[in-house]
Design a binder for this molecule. Structure first.
Ligand code: 0O2
Length: 269
């Protein structure tokens, strides 16, 4: 097939990948802005390489002119979660979206593949707007934990290295490693609440600190410089104590002070 033809086929898939990466990252951003724990840790997208498309088409007996529509992972999105439980949440989020239609679900978490591979796959339909009008495409969304992703990445490299002739010994070791990854995910699930609480309180602390620093910066414009320097010193002392209650109290006092300055500057005008 000519390169121009490949471009015509692949460009809409590229667009789907770009758009979906932005959309899933935005979900993560929304959680963070609400000060909530995000079930999405990381989002990656990729367009399948032409050589891999050809290989798959050959393996599955798909004629070249039917590639578009019959290979469902030309556009691939990978969503990485911290914990196994988050995967369910991400699937629910996707199910509720009006711009994504789930066509097929493959649960390789409850039923790991023979290789030891674990991941949750969704084959979805997604519409992109092109110059020729809307085009509905299939996209594969892989959802897995950081630990599952670590295993799959290493195993994928080894598959590539041995090109379907992986020695039995390596295969067995990978299976043991997959079991260890499963045990790690279970262990992490038991400390999930503690980790989540720590992450949320860290995020809340950062939000308060940013708000205080912004307020101090604003005060430099309206208040007496010496006074602001004193406030700044006071803030550094509290910051070093690493006490959330004191930070919150300081933020409140600063708000009142800044409000007074704002009121004063309006009266002065
Ligand atoms: P690449 O290089 O990632 O694009 P099926 O039609 O269901 O019988 P299909 O279409 O291969 O078979 O779907 P499946 O089994 O759900 O696999 C889709 C993708 O999941 C693969 O794409 C891999 O990315 C990943 N995957 C599946 N099995 C394994 C595995 O054992 N190890 C690793 N590391 N990844 C796996 P591709 O096209 O195989 O590869």
């Amino acid at each position: 097939m000519e390169i121009q033809l490949w471009r015509e086929i692949l460009d809409p898939y590229r667009q789907a990948v770009d758009e979906l990466v932005v959309k899933f990252n935005h979900i993560k951003y929304e959680y963070q802005m609400e000060g909530l724990y995000s079930p999405i840790e990381q989002v990656n997208g990729r367009l399948k390489r032409i050589s891999s498309i050809l290989e798959k088409a050959q393996k599955k007996g798909i004629p070249l002119d039917e590639i578009d529509g019959k290979i469902d992972d030309i556009a691939g999105i990978r969503i990485i979660c911290q914990f196994v439980e988050d995967i369910k949440t991400v699937v629910e989020i996707i199910k509720k979206r009006s711009d994504i239609t789930i066509v097929e679900e493959k649960d390789y978490i409850s039923h790991a593949k023979k290789s030891g591979y674990r991941s949750y796959h969704l084959i979805v339909n997604y519409v992109v707007q092109t110059l020729e009008g809307p085009k509905e495409l299939g996209v594969e969304i892989q959802i897995r934990t950081l630990a599952m992703n670590f295993w799959a990445t290493i195993e994928h490299h080894l598959q590539y290295k041995y090109n379907e002739n992986m020695p039995d010994e390596i295969r067995q070791r990978l299976l043991s490693a997959a079991k260890a990854v499963g045990a790690l995910d279970n262990e992490m699930a038991s400390v999930r609440n503690e980790i989540m609480d720590a992450q949320i309180s860290n995020r809340q602390k950062n939000t308060v600190i940013i708000s205080i620093l912004n307020e101090i910066e604003n005060l430099y414009r309206s208040a007496n410089k010496r006074e602001v320097e004193k406030i700044q010193d006071e803030f550094f002392k509290i910051y070093k104590l690493d006490d959330m209650d004191m930070l919150l109290k300081f933020e409140k006092q600063l708000d009142i002070l800044a409000e007074n300055y704002r009121a004063q500057s309006i009266t002065d005008d």
